[in-house]
Design a protein. Structure first.
Length: 334
């Protein structure tokens, strides 16, 4: 398969370093997840600043969840004083108390310890990094250094440490605008799927009705170690709503449709298997703030799911067909 040209900017180690922005709404996070061969899972973030309203560029915290094979969860949310938090400006080297995330575009090392939970994991990239051209013009930046990685090391669950290995993912976001305050979509589902030699990294949903209610999204397709498709001709449609709390719902079914003829065509259907995380993004608001946000935008919420997927895509004439389970993040703004 021939690789397309100009699929993104040339990424360097500096792109995975901190991006301090002169804005009262600055935030940044380093995301990672891993599926281990013994059935345990890990997913988490290191945060500088808060991407969610109300803005707070001075906060520093980790959010890391561990899951055992039965689906039981250990969640660590912990803040650290600014003086205990550092980040390099030329490569990935983040410290928050005893927790560290260090490395380069090819290999990173993650260490965290809190409340009897922890890990000491090495990520080795299996595909090339991606840095989108939109970073030059958009208020939100993104780097995808490890769309697929080999992971190995140790995991600690309630004080018990075990050897682990498997596959994982790492990306990095930063911005100077509170998420949901500009160009807000109605909803967006993000996920990554590993199928043999393929990686499908995809997000999508619909724009707000006042913005035309049209599809919005993006798909990155990797074959072996190469990025072969980047397209925005993607959209997602949520259906079969399930009530979570009050009037907040999440989709029981979500269909992602790709329509870039000759490049990427087909669809991926997702069924919600398990709600792993839920956040009412107005819970911290004062009554007037909550009323105004609901009036202007809606009632935003964040979900993390375990999904069952049915993928049927054609990539440059080659088929990707599979069924399985995957992680998912779902952002809801109405």
């Amino acid at each position: 398969m021939a690789k397309e040209k100009h699929l993104g900017l040339v990424a360097t180690d500096k792109d995975d370093a901190i991006h301090v922005l002169d804005s009262p709404e600055w935030w940044e996070w380093w995301y990672f997840d891993a599926d281990f061969d013994n059935g345990y899972n890990m997913i988490g973030t290191f945060h500088f600043g808060s991407p969610r309203a109300p803005a707070n560029p001075d906060v520093r915290f980790i959010e890391i969840a561990l899951y055992d094979p039965a689906g039981n969860k250990k969640l660590v949310r912990k803040r650290y004083p600014k003086e205990q938090c550092t980040a390099a400006e030329d490569h990935l080297d983040v410290s928050m108390g005893p927790n560290t995330y260090k490395g380069n575009l090819k290999k990173t090392h993650l260490h965290f310890e809190a409340d009897g939970q922890g890990c000491d994991i090495t990520y080795e990239a299996l595909v090339e990094p991606y840095l989108p051209e939109e970073n030059l013009t958009e208020p939100v930046g993104w780097l995808n250094p490890h769309a697929r990685a080999k992971v190995s090391g140790t995991l600690t669950w309630d004080g018990k440490t075990m050897e682990v290995k498997g596959e994982g993912y790492h990306d990095h976001n930063w911005g100077s605008i509170v998420l949901g305050s500009k160009g807000t979509p109605e909803d967006t589902l993000w996920t990554r799927i590993f199928v043999n030699d393929w990686v499908v990294n995809i997000y999508g949903g619909l724009n707000l009705r006042r913005d035309g209610h049209g599809p919005q999204g993006k798909a990155l397709i990797y074959h072996k170690d190469k990025l072969v498709v980047v397209t925005k001709k993607v959209g997602g449609i949520a259906s079969d709503p399930v009530i979570k709390e009050g009037s907040i719902t999440y989709p029981g079914t979500f269909k992602m449709v790709c329509n870039d003829p000759g490049v990427l065509e087909g669809e991926v259907t997702f069924k919600t298997k398990q709600v792993l995380e839920f956040m009412d993004l107005l819970a911290r608001f004062k009554p007037f703030q909550k009323w105004y946000t609901e009036l202007a935008v809606g009632h935003p919420a964040y979900f993390r799911f375990r999904l069952e997927y049915d993928i049927n895509l054609t990539v440059h004439g080659e088929k990707i067909k599979d069924k399985g389970t995957c992680w998912c993040e779902y952002h809801k703004f109405v």
